[in-house]
Design a protein around this ligand. Structure first.
Ligand code: FES
Length: 94
């Protein structure tokens, strides 16, 4: 198993291709990192910057695993809420 992946409980996927970048994808990645740190989940998580997912008209695209929940036209506050909801779901399943 590649380093840092085996201990990840939560994955945040953020498209970093051109249309999503034009719609603020870089800021979304920064927000994801900030939220994970604030929630104390940064070490147990992995932010994956993806290539185009084929949803460019819905840019910016962001998703979380394990719930496989995706946002379209995501904003920084949407990403913050998505991650917090995912953490809450993970903790309630413990
Ligand atoms: S550029 Fe992000 S889905 Fe295509």
């Amino acid at each position: 198993m590649p380093r840092n992946l085996e201990r990840a409980e939560l994955f945040v996927l953020i498209c970093q291709s051109s249309d999503c970048k034009k719609k603020g994808a870089k800021a979304l990645a920064k927000q994801a990192k900030k939220t994970l740190k604030e929630e104390g989940m940064f070490r147990q998580s992995k932010i994956l910057k993806t290539r185009c997912t084929g949803n460019c008209k819905r840019a910016a695209i962001c998703g979380v695993l394990p719930s496989n929940t995706w946002l379209e036209k995501a904003t920084e506050s949407d990403v913050d809420k998505l991650i917090k909801d995912e953490i809450k779901a993970l903790k309630s399943s413990d």
